[in-house]
Design a protein around this ligand. Structure first.
Ligand code: ME8
Length: 673
């Protein structure tokens, strides 16, 4: 046990009848951000995520896949876990509702509720939505009001939980804990639901086989919400929760459609068992696709993996937190995602870091300059430098005025926190443009000023690295190392961030592009084709293969997440041949693309290549290149491209250098293996 204060937060426990989409990613990334932020504040943080593996849906999906339920859920849970790893999510505890310790906790909680007189046997008939695993308030023959699918009339013997007994205790609790349900709109919704009266709940089933057995009452198994919600407690010791010290939870973060289960049922179950209640339930909005909720049952989903492969995990994390005001619904589009990537990450943070560090490398031999180095000129106080310092320092103040980074993060205003960090970035950009360090460097008598300007810019970058770390763990860690910082950024005490802690003379680390710029149409094309590939996967237990990532062309420097290994059989799927460029011309309106015709031995192909800024078209004619010939044809800026020319991506800006065959005059059409 550490002496640090504890902080426990949870994502929902996701259903395993499908693979994660970016709606799930959203909740999980938000939790991971909070986790990292709280850790930097000195808390001993525990983040629980996991999978909800029981119920009719899983029974059916497993049957469809032709495997036993236990095998099906094990594979699916592994997929969910792997994805969270790829997104940099630091889940401390991955709880599966098929874990033995969870079954014990559910059975124990039931026993407590029963002994306290809140459970009784009965019969229940109702309209049941098997897709949402819930009885719904509709007449026979009517569809589910939430997902629009048909409902089924179900009558069964089961155990009831006396939810009706908790109307007053719950209302009293909400009144005494006004921040219990967030945001305000959801609180009001729950209050009016409870004020309208509560019906007792059926908490066991005899119609389902795949569930946790009610001890001594077989064939009863637990109803999915009594089972699923209890996972939050199983993760922290179950009946022995006092020993771990993590219960009650600080925050259960959920999507708004499951607020009622969390803010009404869950506290009632806990009250009935005499257990402490969580401190807060936070219900965020939905990510929409064309104004409709993205959901597994509707099939209108976008998966995170193609985005991570093409733009990197931080790009997705940034977009999710920056684009939508936390609590409200937000729209997802590839267009807006790449736009944000290029404007805020590549041109904003990435460009500022590379400008500043390159100049320190060049003018100060790669060591952080000394801001107090004297000037021979009677240089007046560096007013602009002072104001950069002020902007940076304000970010760290825990006060609501001006939406500052730390305060906003503390209050889960993620988009405002990022917005304020980006005001610092653009202030430093302007600062460099106004002070022109490259011009100061020409004049030896201005060395003191040059030193101050670059120190200020580097120190501001250090602030950005610390403040943005919870959202952008991967790139800020790179930046931290480039600034020559030996400490672990994730453990850095955010509340102790002060101007001037960057030590002059510190040698910079190795420089590395944080966010290489990417051509919008091409990036969208790649993500969409990977997504299409993924949708075609035969079984839900089979993840998109790395080969599909390659075929979609995601092997450039802009693929920081593409570190998975592939088997030789995957590599063999890619057919690469020697081609010879016959014609090359520029494309009007696409300044990065060249339209080429390439002889690949068996035919002449039209291929577009993003090399226009680095190669003169006329000099390419006759050149032999490596071509991926079995890539599905696609349109780049409206021009059909039937294949891909291989090029190395060099330097921070990802300059393409064509792969070639300098040693020998190789035959056109020869296969590369
Ligand atoms: O409901 N936008 O699991 P689930 C934003 N097993 N968030 C979304 C989203 C979207 N379009 N789609 C899903 C369950 N989510 C139960 C939970 S908890 C004890 C049991 C997120 O797989 C959001 O957090 O359907 C939502 O509440 C959750 O995924 C639902 O995941």
């Amino acid at each position: 046990m550490t002496g640090k204060p504890k902080y426990y937060l949870t994502t929902p426990i996701y259903y395993t009848n499908g693979l994660p989409h970016i709606g799930h990613t959203y909740s999980t990334v938000v939790c991971d951000t909070i986790r990292r932020y709280k850790r930097m504040q000195g808390y001993d943080v525990l983040l629980t995520t996991g999978t909800d593996e029981h119920g009719v849906n899983v029974e059916r999906s497993a049957k469809k896949a032709g495997v036993p339920e236990s095998e099906f859920v094990a594979k699916m849970a592994a997929e969910w876990r792997a994805l969270w790893d790829e997104l940099g999510v630091q889940g401390d505890e991955f709880i599966r509702t098929t874990d033995l310790k969870h079954a014990h906790t559910v059975q124990w909680l039931f026993k407590q509720c029963r002994e306290n007189g809140f459970v009784y046997p009965g019969h229940y008939t109702g309209q049941y939505c098997i897709y949402d695993n819930a009885y719904v308030d509709v007449k026979p023959g009517e569809n589910c009001p939430d997902c629009g699918r048909p409902t089924e009339t179900v009558t069964e013997a089961n155990y009831f939980f006396k939810l009706s007994a908790f109307q007053k205790p719950l209302l009293d609790w909400y009144a005494k804990h006004p921040a219990f349900i967030q945001p305000e709109a959801r609180r009001n919704e729950v209050l009016s639901f409870v004020e309208g009266g509560l019906r007792d709940l059926s908490i066991t089933r005899t119609t389902i086989r795949w569930g946790i057995p009610v001890p001594g009452e077989e064939p009863h198994v637990f109803y999915v919400w009594f089972d699923a919600l209890t996972a939050y407690l199983s993760a922290v010791g179950g009946p022995q929760y006092e020993k771990t010290g993590f219960w009650p939870a600080d925050v259960h973060l959920v999507g708004k459609e499951i607020i009622r289960f969390h803010a009404v049922y869950w506290p009632a179950f806990l009250m009935a068992a005499g257990l402490p209640l969580p401190k807060q339930i936070w219900a965020h909005g939905w990510l929409l696709m064309d104004s409709t909720k993205m959901s597994k049952s509707l099939g209108n989903v976008v998966r995170p993996r193609p985005i991570v492969h093409v733009l990197g995990m931080d790009a997705l994390r940034y977009y999710l937190l920056r684009e939508t005001v936390f609590g409200q619904d937000g729209n997802f589009s590839y267009e807006a995602l790449v736009q944000r990537y290029n404007s805020d990450l590549a041109n904003g943070l990435g460009n500022l870091a590379s400008r500043t560090l390159t100049m320190i490398e060049k003018y100060f031999d790669g060591k952080i300059p000394d801001p107090l180095l004297g000037d021979k000129l009677s240089d007046s106080e560096d007013q602009a430098g002072q104001s950069i310092r002020q902007i940076a320092e304000l970010m760290t103040v825990s006060s609501p005025s001006a939406g500052l980074a730390v305060w906003s993060m503390e209050n889960f205003h993620f988009s405002r926190a990022l917005e304020s960090i980006w005001t610092l970035i653009s202030a430093v950009d302007t600062y460099l443009t106004t002070n022109k360090p490259w011009a100061l460097a020409e004049d030896d008598t201005r060395r003191g000023r040059l030193s101050r300007v670059l120190y200020n810019a580097a120190e501001a970058l250090r602030f950005v690295a610390v403040l943005a770390h919870p959202v952008l763990p991967e790139s800020t860690t790179k930046l931290w190392k480039q600034l020559g910082q030996p400490t672990t950024l994730g453990d850095w005490p955010i509340d102790q961030l002060r101007w001037g802690q960057l030590m002059p003379g510190t040698p910079l680390g190795k420089s590395q592009a944080l966010f290489p710029r990417i051509e919008k149409a091409e990036a969208i094309e790649r993500m969409e084709s990977m997504e299409n590939e993924a949708q075609k996967q035969p079984s839900p237990v089979t993840a998109p293969t790395p080969a599909s990532a390659l075929a979609a062309g995601s092997t450039t420097a802009a693929s920081p997440g593409a570190a998975e290994k592939i088997g030789i059989e995957d590599f063999a799927k890619i057919e690469m041949r020697v081609g010879q460029i016959k014609t090359a011309e520029r494309i009007v309106g696409a300044d990065k693309l060249l339209k080429l015709t390439v002889d690949i031995g068996t035919e002449i192909r039209q291929i577009c290549a993003g090399i226009a800024q680095y190669y003169e078209p006329e000099k390419l004619i006759g050149r032999k290149v490596a071509v991926v010939v079995n890539l599905a044809p696609r349109k780049l800026r409206g021009v059909e491209s039937n294949g891909m020319i291989i090029a190395a991506s060099v330097g921070p800006e990802g300059r393409p250098v064509l792969a070639g065959f300098p040693d020998e005059d190789v035959e056109i059409g020869a296969r590369l293996k």
